[in-house]
Design a protein around this ligand. Sequence first.
Ligand code: FAD
Length: 314
Amino acid sequence: MDRTDGIRDVVIIGSGPAGYTAALYTARAQLKPLLFGSSIFVGGSLTTTTEVENFPGFPTGVDGPDLMDNMRAQAERFGAEMIDDDIVEVDLTGDIKLLTDSAGTVHRAKTVVIATGSGYRKLGLPNEDELSGRGVSWCATCDGFFFRDRDIVVVGGGDTAMEEATFLTRFARSVTVVHRRSTLRASKAMQNRAFADDKISFAFDSEIAEIKSENGMLAGVVLRDTFTGKTRDLDATGLFIAIGHDPRTELFTGQVDLDDEGYITVESPSTRTNLPGVFAAGDVVDHTYRQAITAAGSGCQSALDAERYLAALS
Ligand code: FAD
């Protein structure tokens, strides 16, 4: 096992808007941050989408991967160092934090910013990823606007699914909520709002058996009855999957405090975790907002929190 020389002021794990913003701020504060940005998924969730229309500063929208390349370049301009590799093991409990990369090299740091994001749960159907941004979406706030006058399917039975369905009626011609069971998990208030909406109908005891495509775009779904196994076609040009998300926190389990759903808990409104010198930002702490701009905002906060922590050490 190799150990790098020297102890870094700041190591950041994650290359989404939260990580890159933390890198930009700590680099401009002369803290020479080192960022680990994953070996296979550099740039985070926005690299899986095309047009981003709601990140401020881009009046005509911006391509997701371009936005992330620009964030990275901006942080690098001020001296942030990026390594496209995964951190595979951590010991964050001591004053000096130990982070091991996939080659087995151990990096040492006084502060660590965790910005590992979270992943949307998928249906597990063959062409789901391929149609992401081509009719299939996991985020109504992000993509609802692209679905004006469309027939949309929302999958899920919890609060998020009801919220997405209700929100989408602003744009859609019709919204069909597909749920595997005969009753919803969502709160009574959310259910009542959805039931009262003329544009929303429900397909209970049903699951998506197949996603149909035509010319590389979503062209409908096949529903399967969960009792009889019978299938039927449902026309739709939008499919919103709202069956939950999983924060990427396995690496930190047993060290950093997590809530019941596996998200890192912080001393809100700061980004401080239960461990001194360890900060967390972006979707890995956020059940609620889950937007690029909120992730970038909390990445900035984590950098300022780390700066203050380091200043108090000296
Ligand atoms: P992420 O962007 O998820 O980045 C985390 C990064 O950390 C990933 O690259 C991951 O691989 C890396 N990582 C994880 N573990 C490790 C490790 N152990 N070592 C090294 N690296 C690690 N938001 C909007 O505001 N507008 C939109 O239009 C929009 N569209 C979206 C479209 C899609 C398809 C998706 C999936 C999301 C969209 N979002 C949008 C949401 C937005 O992308 C997220 O809210 C935002 O990217 C969260 O940023 P983050 O930095 O917290 O995490």
